[in-house]
Design a protein around this ligand. Sequence first.
Ligand code: PNW
Length: 452
Amino acid sequence: VSRATATGDRRFPAGFLWGSATASYQVEGAVNEDGRGKTVWDTFSHTAGKTHNGDTGDVSTDSYHRYAEDIALMKDLGLKTCRFSVAWSRIFPDGAGQPNPKGIDHYRKFCQALRAAGIEPWCTLYHWDLPQALEDKGGWQNRETAKLFADYAGYTAGKLADVCSHFMTMNEISTFVELGYGNGIHAPGLKLSRGKLAQVRHHAVLAHGLAVQAIRAAAPHVKVGSAENLTAVVPVFDSPEHVAAAKKATVEENAGYLTVMRTGRYTDQYLQTLGADAPEFTQEEMKAIGSPLDFQGLNIYTATYARAVKNAKGYDIVGNPASYPHMESPWLTVGPDALYWAPRLANECWDLKEIYITENGCSSADVVAGDGHIYDTDRVMYLRNYLTHLQRATSEGVPVKGYFLWSLLDNFEWADGYDKRFGITYVDFKTQKRTPKLSSEFYRNLIARNSL
Ligand code: PNW
């Protein structure tokens, strides 16, 4: 067993699962192939003014065709696992009805190729690419979408269960709800009222819960979880009162997402704050939403600071000054200790038992140097610091079992298009040439030694 000591043992626990993560619309391309149906991201990215430069995922890294090359990169890194997502509209082109066998075939072949390379596939069933046909019927504003998602999730997990052992229902419900239906920055680009937004949020967590039940029914032996980007609360400094405040904030700041998914209950504060805008729900729905999970995935990029105050909530969220550092993406403020506090406090709140960091990583300006290398020293600095805090968590017994770096490749970064690069592998989008960056070397080294 590895334990941190005053003499500086910086090992991760034996068997720690090192991986990378990607998502269907961000890497696949091949949008018109093998019967794939249109999604909200096809529509959105082809609408003028919605993405940087009018960029789309039409081709991206072409990973639908080039996955063998991607897997070779993973193998070279020594990855033990790969997190990918299935495009709902490749399985059910209109979201429901007759399945398209070519869709399952593709992901089967992909999983088999991963396994042949000694890499365990981890599958996300929804990474924001809602079939357009369902959006046309109200999308996540329509409760029926939750039911159809569960049908698709159960069907797909059942078909892939023999080649894939771990399934995550949805990726970052909070991001696609708040950005897609709240401020309109992501597809489908809506800006709903507070009440309608709360109902969308409810339908999305319900979809997660119903999908957990459907996956368990269709594939009793697979492990089921989700990948949620909680608001990662960090105490302004490590004193008992601020830590207690950060714990309270972890529950309340995530009330509409992780908290309700882990407890099957909206907090009193959440319902009171919404008042007449609170969502409609039944007890049966709440039970589904709180369905027990085998593991919890946490996507963690930034820290949100809380301090203890004597108000009704018992805490305050503290904003950052303009001088606070960030990575290439302005929203990506640097908060390495989020990777210590978020798993620790989430575990204290909900007794999670098995935690995976399902995403962490950053954008960098990534200049190709004169010698052809990409020296992304800022990304290496970011990873080294965040992982130092993760190692502290594991050494104190927080049950974090693995880490998935976002991302293997530069890819379609949603509304930012190809302007923001998150890969540890550089992609020349004209030639599709892949070049490992300095951060790839760092990650390979870390994995080989299982130690910082
Ligand atoms: C996550 N924010 O998205 C997603 O799961 C990935 O698809 C994405 O590429 C990655 O992080 C990097 O952005 C986020 O504005 C997008 O706070 C935006 C935010 C957070 C996460």
